[in-house]
Design a protein. Structure first.
Length: 255
Protein backbone atom coordinates (compact mmCIF):
# COMPACT_ATOMS: atom_id res chain seq x y z
CA UNK A 1 0.00 0.00 0.00
CA UNK A 2 1.48 3.39 -0.99
CA UNK A 3 2.27 6.00 1.61
CA UNK A 4 -0.55 8.49 1.81
CA UNK A 5 0.72 12.02 1.90
CA UNK A 6 -2.27 14.21 2.56
CA UNK A 7 -6.05 14.13 2.69
CA UNK A 8 -8.03 17.00 1.17
CA UNK A 9 -11.59 17.78 2.20
CA UNK A 10 -14.07 19.50 -0.09
CA UNK A 11 -15.84 21.09 2.87
CA UNK A 12 -14.57 24.06 4.77
CA UNK A 13 -15.15 22.54 8.19
CA UNK A 14 -15.91 19.11 9.57
CA UNK A 15 -18.48 18.51 12.29
CA UNK A 16 -21.29 16.16 13.23
CA UNK A 17 -23.66 17.63 10.64
CA UNK A 18 -21.15 17.86 7.78
CA UNK A 19 -20.61 15.22 5.12
CA UNK A 20 -16.95 14.75 4.37
CA UNK A 21 -16.07 14.45 0.69
CA UNK A 22 -12.31 14.04 0.49
CA UNK A 23 -9.70 12.40 -1.65
CA UNK A 24 -6.28 10.93 -0.97
CA UNK A 25 -3.39 11.87 -3.23
CA UNK A 26 -1.12 8.80 -3.30
CA UNK A 27 1.79 10.55 -5.11
CA UNK A 28 2.32 7.55 -7.38
CA UNK A 29 0.78 4.19 -8.10
CA UNK A 30 -1.94 4.41 -10.75
CA UNK A 31 -1.24 8.13 -10.87
CA UNK A 32 1.67 7.47 -13.24
CA UNK A 33 -0.75 5.74 -15.63
CA UNK A 34 -2.85 8.91 -15.46
CA UNK A 35 0.24 10.97 -16.33
CA UNK A 36 0.92 8.61 -19.24
CA UNK A 37 -2.61 9.08 -20.60
CA UNK A 38 -2.50 12.85 -20.09
CA UNK A 39 0.86 13.07 -21.89
CA UNK A 40 -0.43 11.41 -25.04
CA UNK A 41 -3.71 13.30 -25.03
CA UNK A 42 -1.70 16.52 -24.94
CA UNK A 43 0.55 15.10 -27.65
CA UNK A 44 -2.38 14.41 -30.00
CA UNK A 45 -4.73 17.31 -29.29
CA UNK A 46 -2.16 20.11 -29.24
CA UNK A 47 -0.22 18.48 -32.04
CA UNK A 48 -3.26 18.67 -34.30
CA UNK A 49 -4.62 22.05 -33.20
CA UNK A 50 -1.30 23.86 -33.55
CA UNK A 51 -0.53 22.49 -37.01
CA UNK A 52 -3.79 23.30 -38.79
CA UNK A 53 -1.89 25.90 -40.79
CA UNK A 54 -0.88 23.09 -43.14
CA UNK A 55 -4.55 22.26 -43.63
CA UNK A 56 -5.36 25.94 -44.12
CA UNK A 57 -2.95 26.22 -47.04
CA UNK A 58 -4.46 23.10 -48.58
CA UNK A 59 -8.03 24.42 -48.32
CA UNK A 60 -6.96 27.80 -49.67
CA UNK A 61 -5.92 26.15 -52.92
CA UNK A 62 -8.83 23.71 -53.09
CA UNK A 63 -11.80 26.03 -52.48
CA UNK A 64 -10.39 29.31 -53.78
CA UNK A 65 -12.02 31.37 -51.04
CA UNK A 66 -10.48 34.43 -49.41
CA UNK A 67 -7.95 34.05 -46.63
CA UNK A 68 -10.37 35.36 -44.00
CA UNK A 69 -13.12 32.90 -44.98
CA UNK A 70 -10.72 29.95 -45.18
CA UNK A 71 -9.19 30.72 -41.80
CA UNK A 72 -12.57 30.69 -40.04
CA UNK A 73 -12.30 27.00 -39.13
CA UNK A 74 -8.92 27.45 -37.42
CA UNK A 75 -10.04 30.62 -35.62
CA UNK A 76 -13.23 28.98 -34.36
CA UNK A 77 -11.39 25.84 -33.28
CA UNK A 78 -8.73 27.74 -31.37
CA UNK A 79 -11.26 30.03 -29.71
CA UNK A 80 -13.53 27.20 -28.59
CA UNK A 81 -10.66 25.36 -26.90
CA UNK A 82 -10.45 28.26 -24.43
CA UNK A 83 -14.15 29.15 -24.32
CA UNK A 84 -15.08 25.57 -23.40
CA UNK A 85 -12.91 25.81 -20.25
CA UNK A 86 -15.66 26.79 -17.75
CA UNK A 87 -18.12 24.32 -19.29
CA UNK A 88 -15.58 21.49 -19.19
CA UNK A 89 -14.79 22.36 -15.56
CA UNK A 90 -18.45 22.22 -14.55
CA UNK A 91 -19.02 18.96 -16.39
CA UNK A 92 -15.88 17.41 -14.90
CA UNK A 93 -16.92 18.41 -11.40
CA UNK A 94 -20.26 16.66 -11.91
CA UNK A 95 -19.48 13.69 -14.15
CA UNK A 96 -15.74 13.26 -13.58
CA UNK A 97 -12.67 13.95 -15.70
CA UNK A 98 -12.74 10.58 -17.44
CA UNK A 99 -16.31 10.92 -18.75
CA UNK A 100 -15.77 14.46 -20.02
CA UNK A 101 -12.48 13.56 -21.73
CA UNK A 102 -14.11 10.52 -23.36
CA UNK A 103 -16.92 12.70 -24.69
CA UNK A 104 -14.45 15.24 -26.04
CA UNK A 105 -12.38 12.55 -27.79
CA UNK A 106 -15.47 11.08 -29.46
CA UNK A 107 -16.79 14.48 -30.58
CA UNK A 108 -13.41 15.54 -32.00
CA UNK A 109 -12.69 12.30 -33.87
CA UNK A 110 -16.22 12.02 -35.31
CA UNK A 111 -16.15 15.67 -36.41
CA UNK A 112 -12.83 15.12 -38.19
CA UNK A 113 -14.29 12.12 -40.00
CA UNK A 114 -17.39 14.11 -40.99
CA UNK A 115 -15.19 16.78 -42.59
CA UNK A 116 -14.27 14.17 -45.21
CA UNK A 117 -17.94 13.49 -45.99
CA UNK A 118 -19.11 17.12 -46.07
CA UNK A 119 -16.37 18.58 -48.24
CA UNK A 120 -18.25 20.50 -50.93
CA UNK A 121 -17.64 23.88 -49.30
CA UNK A 122 -15.22 25.49 -46.88
CA UNK A 123 -18.23 26.51 -44.77
CA UNK A 124 -18.90 22.87 -43.92
CA UNK A 125 -15.38 22.66 -42.50
CA UNK A 126 -16.16 25.65 -40.32
CA UNK A 127 -18.88 23.53 -38.70
CA UNK A 128 -17.05 20.19 -38.58
CA UNK A 129 -13.42 21.16 -37.98
CA UNK A 130 -14.14 24.53 -36.37
CA UNK A 131 -17.20 23.95 -34.20
CA UNK A 132 -17.12 20.16 -33.73
CA UNK A 133 -13.40 19.64 -33.24
CA UNK A 134 -13.15 22.86 -31.20
CA UNK A 135 -15.78 21.63 -28.74
CA UNK A 136 -14.14 18.21 -28.54
CA UNK A 137 -10.66 19.58 -27.88
CA UNK A 138 -12.08 22.08 -25.40
CA UNK A 139 -13.69 19.28 -23.40
CA UNK A 140 -10.36 17.43 -23.23
CA UNK A 141 -8.06 20.36 -22.54
CA UNK A 142 -8.88 21.07 -18.88
CA UNK A 143 -9.78 17.61 -17.46
CA UNK A 144 -6.60 15.95 -18.72
CA UNK A 145 -4.57 18.36 -16.58
CA UNK A 146 -6.95 18.46 -13.60
CA UNK A 147 -6.96 14.70 -13.13
CA UNK A 148 -3.16 14.70 -12.72
CA UNK A 149 -3.35 17.24 -9.88
CA UNK A 150 -5.89 15.00 -8.13
CA UNK A 151 -3.38 12.15 -7.94
CA UNK A 152 -0.24 13.96 -6.77
CA UNK A 153 0.79 16.17 -3.88
CA UNK A 154 4.54 16.37 -3.22
CA UNK A 155 5.37 15.25 -6.78
CA UNK A 156 2.72 17.42 -8.40
CA UNK A 157 5.27 19.63 -10.20
CA UNK A 158 7.01 16.63 -11.78
CA UNK A 159 3.73 14.93 -12.68
CA UNK A 160 2.09 17.95 -14.30
CA UNK A 161 5.33 18.83 -16.08
CA UNK A 162 5.54 15.37 -17.63
CA UNK A 163 1.86 15.49 -18.60
CA UNK A 164 1.84 18.86 -20.33
CA UNK A 165 5.20 18.41 -22.09
CA UNK A 166 3.37 16.10 -24.47
CA UNK A 167 2.13 19.31 -26.08
CA UNK A 168 5.54 20.43 -27.33
CA UNK A 169 6.44 16.97 -28.60
CA UNK A 170 3.10 16.76 -30.39
CA UNK A 171 3.56 20.11 -32.12
CA UNK A 172 7.02 19.13 -33.31
CA UNK A 173 6.01 15.69 -34.60
CA UNK A 174 2.66 16.69 -36.13
CA UNK A 175 4.19 19.67 -37.93
CA UNK A 176 6.67 17.43 -39.73
CA UNK A 177 4.49 14.39 -40.32
CA UNK A 178 1.24 16.15 -41.32
CA UNK A 179 3.02 18.42 -43.80
CA UNK A 180 4.66 15.41 -45.46
CA UNK A 181 1.40 13.46 -45.51
CA UNK A 182 -0.63 16.29 -47.03
CA UNK A 183 2.00 16.73 -49.74
CA UNK A 184 2.06 13.03 -50.65
CA UNK A 185 -1.53 11.85 -50.20
CA UNK A 186 -5.07 13.05 -50.77
CA UNK A 187 -6.26 15.20 -47.88
CA UNK A 188 -9.34 13.01 -47.37
CA UNK A 189 -7.19 10.00 -46.53
CA UNK A 190 -4.91 12.08 -44.33
CA UNK A 191 -7.86 13.49 -42.40
CA UNK A 192 -9.29 10.03 -41.82
CA UNK A 193 -5.90 8.94 -40.50
CA UNK A 194 -5.79 11.92 -38.18
CA UNK A 195 -9.34 11.15 -37.02
CA UNK A 196 -8.18 7.63 -36.14
CA UNK A 197 -5.24 9.05 -34.20
CA UNK A 198 -7.58 11.43 -32.38
CA UNK A 199 -9.80 8.46 -31.48
CA UNK A 200 -6.86 6.99 -29.55
CA UNK A 201 -7.58 9.64 -26.92
CA UNK A 202 -10.58 7.50 -25.93
CA UNK A 203 -8.24 4.74 -24.75
CA UNK A 204 -5.89 7.15 -23.01
CA UNK A 205 -8.86 8.74 -21.21
CA UNK A 206 -9.76 5.34 -19.76
CA UNK A 207 -6.73 5.69 -17.48
CA UNK A 208 -8.33 8.71 -15.78
CA UNK A 209 -9.64 6.89 -12.73
CA UNK A 210 -10.48 9.12 -9.77
CA UNK A 211 -8.11 8.89 -6.77
CA UNK A 212 -9.15 6.76 -3.79
CA UNK A 213 -11.27 8.12 -0.96
CA UNK A 214 -10.26 7.70 2.71
CA UNK A 215 -13.40 5.82 3.68
CA UNK A 216 -15.89 4.02 1.48
CA UNK A 217 -18.48 4.22 4.25
CA UNK A 218 -18.48 7.99 4.12
CA UNK A 219 -19.11 7.94 0.38
CA UNK A 220 -22.03 5.50 0.40
CA UNK A 221 -24.73 8.03 1.42
CA UNK A 222 -23.45 10.39 -1.27
CA UNK A 223 -23.65 7.67 -3.93
CA UNK A 224 -27.18 6.78 -2.90
CA UNK A 225 -28.22 10.42 -3.08
CA UNK A 226 -26.76 10.77 -6.56
CA UNK A 227 -28.62 7.73 -7.85
CA UNK A 228 -32.00 9.30 -7.02
CA UNK A 229 -31.34 12.34 -9.19
CA UNK A 230 -32.53 12.40 -12.76
CA UNK A 231 -30.14 12.88 -15.66
CA UNK A 232 -31.62 16.32 -16.35
CA UNK A 233 -31.16 17.41 -12.73
CA UNK A 234 -27.54 16.26 -12.79
CA UNK A 235 -26.96 18.13 -16.05
CA UNK A 236 -28.42 21.32 -14.57
CA UNK A 237 -26.03 20.98 -11.64
CA UNK A 238 -23.15 20.67 -14.10
CA UNK A 239 -24.24 23.84 -15.92
CA UNK A 240 -24.59 25.65 -12.60
CA UNK A 241 -21.04 24.67 -11.71
CA UNK A 242 -19.83 25.76 -15.15
CA UNK A 243 -21.29 29.25 -14.90
CA UNK A 244 -20.59 29.95 -11.26
CA UNK A 245 -19.15 33.47 -11.13
CA UNK A 246 -18.88 33.81 -7.35
CA UNK A 247 -15.11 34.18 -7.71
CA UNK A 248 -15.75 37.59 -9.26
CA UNK A 249 -16.88 38.76 -5.84
CA UNK A 250 -13.44 38.02 -4.42
CA UNK A 251 -11.52 41.30 -4.24
CA UNK A 252 -8.14 39.53 -4.16
CA UNK A 253 -9.03 37.54 -7.29
CA UNK A 254 -10.05 40.67 -9.20
CA UNK A 255 -6.95 42.49 -8.00
Amino acid sequence: MPTLSRTYSATGSVGPTHKVSSIIRPDGGWGWAVVFGSFFISFITDGFSYTTGVLYEKFLNIYGESESVTSMFTALMTGLISVMGPIAAGLAQTYGCRAVTLAGALIASISMALSVVFDSSIHYHTLTLGLGVGIGLGLMFLPQVTIVTDWFDKRISLATGLAVCGSCFGMAVFALVSNEMFNRYDWHNVMLSLAGIMFLCVFFALTFSPPPTPSQSLEQPKTKEKSTKSAWTTFKIALKNAFNFQMLRDVLFLY
